[in-house]
Design a protein around this ligand. Structure first.
Ligand code: NAG
Ligand code: NAG
Ligand code: NAG
Ligand code: ZN
Ligand code: ZN
Length: 618
């Protein structure tokens, strides 16, 4: 999970357009120009107001008065205004470029505009704008991009659309889908694999207990965060619910607990995000340090267990900016990162061939006869990646490669687990990428037996559909970092093991957590089991159909949903205190049945069922 670059770029552009006449004078436009009016001051630093005037906060995290709406009923009027203003701003910027305004002058102007906007601190703007400016500049000077196209790409999650036909593309898919193979689940005592899922560690080596946890930045709890003014502002020892990274000793304690509690792990899946949320001050050195240190930590506790890592959006500096190989000059490319990942991952992955990691951060490895793990770089579909404006048509040839890997796996009779960072159904994923990924999942239903993601920091899932049936499920693991308002957590899967006719499906999963409030009160970290999926949700098995059924049962039964919500937030006390209001409830229901951003049918359907259940009660 990260700060939304699309919003920041959008805001800077909105600010640049400040001199241009607004398209209409309306109450909502006035609010747009003064986002501070929308949410209470207390929420500014969460970026709430900035998101709010763009009309959506898909995560609906904080209660923010009336500023948050369900994504499917956001007002078209407001959305279009944001796009229109963005387009005006791009025109201004391109005009300045053509008029020969210097690069430095434009960056300085952008910093001013950025820090003038509510919700963005000076520290943030002064650090972040110079990091991404060269990319925006490169894209504008190397591609004839129109304002509509640029805003349609970078602000797609705000409802803006591009009119560039290039943005529509599809991957070639080998052959017709074979008949769906019936799933025959194993007997209870059949052999299983035990698999640990780590995600979003966000280690902060600068974490300092007692420092200011209530600073205005996206990352606090450091010496540099200023003095804690009150006892309450002081950063906790084991980690903090506020905007803070993970203390090394908390992560180490978690790894030790996982190691000692699960002595029989077969392998570890690790879905990325190792750098903390100091997005304004990342650098190659800093990010590489985090890659190395976190790798060493994981290797220390699991020296003899294979680990299958994934690249996250935070690994890159600047945040999220992964270019299509060949598009970026060396100083802006991600090659430095891929090189280090390839070197580090060689210590984690058995029989590792680093050639595709060096190309673009993805790989495929046969982990047992007939069983393959494919790890891909989900930032090639991520809306905050400015490079996608330059090339959006299957960057790095990744989906074509993935499809080809699956075709080969199918031919070889292999079963596959897919590992990624950003779940394909969230609103930040580009429509074409999300659709094509879903096409692949539908086509290779018989082959793909599990999908594993992170990034949102919440414990959730996404059911894939082919228009009629559920065909797959993605497990989105809870984060180890508490950033923010969450408890640190980790997940263990029980996977159909080595036997003839194994399905390689997840048969159950268990989640462990650290109650931060209790740890702070006692001074000691006690990791506890939070729940197991089958017990907590009364599931017969964990097939895609069972997960779809859970979504429908939650739509009809709010108390079952409350159980899910507790797990969704890793039982984090701030979220538990906040609860999940009707809007939050509806959004969560939609989230779990949406894997394709182009297809909200399942979302409407589950909301309809929920409404019917309420009507029956009334
Ligand atoms: C942009 O368009 C102009 C005029 O049509 C053309 O001369 C130029 O080569 C194009 N630049 C790029 C990078 O495509
Ligand atoms: C690694 O994979 C690449 C691309 O598939 C292949 O060309 C190369 O020979 C492989 N290297 C080894 C050592 O197997
Ligand atoms: C965490 O600890 C606090 C303080 O002891 C307690 O109030 C809360 O209920 C605990 N949460 C869980 C999920 O056990
Ligand atoms: Zn993260
Ligand atoms: Zn992330």
């Amino acid at each position: 999970m990260g700060w939304d670059v699309g919003v920041i770029v959008g805001c800077v552009l909105l600010g640049l357009a400040g001199g241009a006449p607004p398209p209409a004078e309306s109450p909502s436009l006035q609010r747009l120009h003064n986002p501070a009016n929308i949410c209470g001051q207390g929420n500014m630093w969460r970026g709430c107001s900035v998101r709010a005037h763009m009309s959506w906060d898909f995560t609906h995290r904080r209660t923010c008065g009336s500023c948050q709406k369900l994504i499917i009923d956001s007002s078209v009027f407001e959305v279009n205004l944001a796009c229109v203003e963005c387009e005006l701003a791009v025109d201004v910027l391109q005009g300045e470029l053509n008029a020969g305004v210097s690069y430095e002058a434009m960056v300085a102007e952008a910093i001013l505009v950025c820090s003038g906007m509510a919700g963005l601190t000076e520290t943030y703007c002064q650090g972040y704008i110079p990091l991404v400016a060269p990319i925006v500049y490169h894209v504008f000077t190397h591609k004839n991009v129109t304002a509509r196209d640029f805003c349609g790409m970078l602000m797609a999650s705000k409802g803006c659309t591009s009119d560039n036909p290039e943005r529509e593309w599809s991957v070639d898919i080998h052959g017709e889908k074979p008949p769906v193979e019936p799933i025959i689940l194993p007997e209870p005592d059949a052999p299983k694999l035990k698999v640990l899922h780590l995600s979003d560690t966000h280690l902060d080596p600068l974490y300092t207990p007692g420092s200011n946890a209530a600073c205005p930045e996206q990352l606090c709890c450091r010496e540099e965060s200023g003095l804690a003014e009150t006892e309450e502002d002081r950063a906790w020892y084991w980690g903090d619910y506020r905007n803070c990274g993970s203390p090394a000793w908390m992560l180490e304690d978690m790894l030790a607990h996982a190691r000692n509690t699960h002595t029989d792990l077969d392998y570890v899946m690790w879905t990325g995000d190792v750098v903390p949320h100091n997005m304004w001050s990342t650098s190659r050195e800093w990010n590489l340090r985090l890659v190395r240190e976190t790798n060493a930590l994981v290797r220390k506790w699991f020296p003899d267990v294979p680990v299958f890592p994934v690249v996250g959006n935070h690994e890159m500096s600047p945040l999220d900016q992964y270019s299509n190989p060949g598009d970026a000059p060396e100083e802006l490319s991600a090659d430095w990162l891929y090189e280090e990942l390839a070197a580090q991952w060689a210590h984690l992955i058995p029989s590792f061939n680093d050639s595709t990691v060096l190309h673009a951060g993805y790989y495929s490895v046969l982990i047992k006869p007939g069983f393959r793990v494919i790890s891909f770089n989900s930032m090639f579909g991520y809306g905050s990646n400015i490079w996608l404006v330059q090339t959006s048509n299957d960057p790095a040839g990744e989906l074509a490669w993935l499809e080809d890997q699956l075709a080969k796996a199918e031919a070889a009779g292999e079963l596959v687990h897919l590992l990624g960072h950003i779940p394909p159904g969230i609103i930040d994923v580009h429509r074409a990428w999300s659709r094509e990924y879903n096409r692949i999942v539908v086509r290779y239903e018989n082959v793909i037996r599990g999908q594993f993601f992170g990034h949102t920091h919440f414990d959730e899932f996404q059911v894939f559909h082919d228009g009629e049936r559920p065909v797959g499920v993605a497990y989105v693991a809870p984060s180890q970092t508490p950033w923010y308002d969450l408890n640190p957590a980790y997940r263990v899967y029980h996977v159909d093991g080595d036997r003839p006719d194994t399905t390689r499906l997840v048969l159950d999963h268990e989640t462990y957590f650290l109650n931060l409030t209790a740890a702070e009160a006692s001074g000691e970290a006690h990791w506890e089991r939070l729940y197991s999926a089958r017990d907590a949700y009364g599931m017969a098995a964990l097939t895609p159909a069972d997960w779809q059924d859970l979504a429908e049962r939650m739509a009809a039964d709010r108390s079952l949903f409350d159980v899910y919500y507790k797990h969704y937030v890793s039982a984090g006390d701030p979220y538990m205190a906040l609860g999940c209001d009707d809007l939050c409830y509806q959004q969560r229901l939609c989230d779990v049945v949406t894997s394709n951003r182009n297809d909200l049918d399942s979302c409407y359907e589950v909301l309809r069922k929920s409404q019917q259940a309420r009507d029956r009660k009334d």
